[in-house]
Design a protein around this ligand. Structure first.
Ligand SMILES: Cc1cc2nc3c(=O)[nH]c(=O)nc-3n(C[C@H](O)[C@H](O)[C@H](O)COP(=O)(O)OP(=O)(O)OC[C@H]3O[C@@H](n4cnc5c(N)ncnc54)[C@H](O)[C@@H]3O)c2cc1C
Length: 412
């Protein structure tokens, strides 16, 4: 019985750590497995918004992010349009404090380690540097996993529920037969840490440049003159237009708008790439004996590319469904499908709204129009500012995705 748990969580990123923390807090015996040893890097823009921060706060982990010497507080976004107009938008003030709330840019090596160490403390057992090779099925139900350690020893672990939190190329997803992520619902992106980029501020920067729409070039500030720099584009367009993303990144850095800012800067690593499965088409995240959370379930915001917040929230929802399943003593798809209903309630409206905005962003002239108008019109600027907060922002984003809003912008 040594190898039998209530829940097995495959992957210790934000999705897996969150699932572990919430399941453990409900008293379940969790086995957490990751193929890497933490702290480990994860290719990412490193931006942490309101949604993710709220879950971190739930687990009293926000202070660690706030105090980490590697993390930088940010208070808004700088956008630039394809024709080069620059728009600065601050976070709207918090209703209680009257001050704009801070977001963070914190290397995932740090953020994920904070989450993982908390999860490890609460898990019944944690295996690092152990790779899940396969799932184990009995009568069509997932009942465990086959795991290989660094020395090549293979062991089997059993549980009532297996949670696939193993990221964008989820092995659990493949093994349970989850549908492939289509290029229309997938982004390819590169990240490169730099130091010495000039003109940084307390805002993250999203530059909508010709040739990489729908997508953007980003510069996110980090402490000590460092920056997370990167580029991402919808895979469908990258394939259709045979875009060499490394070349696009070099071109963006050489762009007349950027050239001077990078003239004394140096890259701290080779550009590294990874995929983003978008929530514009969520994967079916449940079945007999299993759930998928985070990127494994394709939950990334289709406009901004943020996935940490939804990964953390999906872990919370998964834990509540796992709790109900234990109370019923039934781990069938019929019971676990509650997870799909919760995801639908929690994020589908927002994901679909952001998909609409992403589609609008494919039109260069609309991006030029809104950024142009917002630079000159405070009402539009304030409107965009309100879209930046995740809770109240949804109503603003919904309006922004409607034809009426664009008509107003056009005639403003
Ligand atoms: C270039 C880029 C930029 C991004 N920028 C941002 C951003 O600024 N803000 C934001 O919110 N989101 C961003 N995202 C999205 C974000 O990185 C993901 O949504 C987030 O990491 C999802 O968390 P997760 O826990 O689902 O998966 P992951 O963070 O990928 O964690 C999966 C874990 O599973 C482990 N694993 C995988 N396979 C196995 C196996 N077989 N056995 C055992 N362990 C395994 C891995 O080692 C890993 O630790 C970006 C993504 C990319 C690619």
């Amino acid at each position: 019985m040594q190898n039998k748990f209530d829940v097995i969580v495959v992957g210790g990123g934000p999705g897996g750590s969150s699932t572990t923390l919430y399941c453990a807090s409900k008293g379940y015996k969790v086995l957490l497995i990751d193929k890497k040893k933490f702290p480990r890097d994860k290719i990412c823009g490193d931006a942490l918004g309101g949604k993710g921060l709220k879950v971190m706060k739930d687990h009293n982990l926000l202070e660690q992010i706030d105090k980490a010497p590697e993390s930088e507080k940010v208070y808004g976004v700088i956008f630039s349009s394809p024709k080069g107009k620059v728009l600065e938008v601050g976070n709207p003030p918090d209703q209680n404090t009257g001050k704009p709330p801070a977001g963070y840019v914190c290397p995932r090596k740090v953020t994920d380690n904070i989450l993982f160490q908390a999860a490890k403390k609460n898990a019944a057992k944690t295996l690092e540097e152990h790779t899940v090779l396969d799932i184990i099925k009995e009568d069509g139900k997932v009942v465990g996993v086959k795991v290989r350690d660094n020395e090549g020893n293979v062991e089997e672990y059993m549980a009532n529920v297996v949670v696939g939190a193993d990221g964008a190329s989820s092995l659990v997803g493949v093994k349970v037969g989850a549908e492939k992520v289509e290029p229309e619902h997938h982004v390819v992106a590169l990240r490169q840490y730099w130091e010495g980029v000039e003109g940084m501020s307390d805002k993250i920067e999203l530059h909508f440049m010709e040739g990489i729409l729908p997508g953007y070039f980003w510069i996110f500030p980090l402490p000590n003159g460092k920056a997370n720099v990167g580029i991402g584009i919808l895979t469908k367009f990258q394939r259709e237009q045979r875009i060499d993303l490394k070349k696009s990144l070099e071109e963006a850095i050489e762009h007349p708008m950027m050239k001077d800012r990078f003239k004394n800067a140096k890259p701290l690593e080779d550009a590294k790439g990874w995929g983003l499965p978008l929530g514009s088409k969520r994967r079916k995240g449940y079945g007999d004996g299993f759930l998928l959370v985070g990127d494994a379930c394709s939950l990334i915001d289709p406009f901004s590319g943020e996935g940490v917040g939804n990964a953390l929230i999906s872990g919370k929802l998964a834990a509540s469904v796992i709790d109900n399943a234990h109370k019923k003593g039934d781990f069938s798809a019929e019971t676990l499908k509650e997870y799909d209903e919760l995801l639908k309630e929690e994020m589908d409206e927002e994901l679909q709204t952001m998909y609409k905005l992403q589609k609008l962003g494919r039109h260069k002239f609309l991006l030029n129009l809104i950024i142009d108008k917002a630079v000159r019109n405070k009402e539009i600027r304030d409107f965009i500012s309100n879209t930046l907060t995740s809770e109240e922002g949804i109503d603003y984003r919904k309006k922004m995705a409607s034809p009426g809003f664009w008509l107003k912008v056009l005639i403003s």
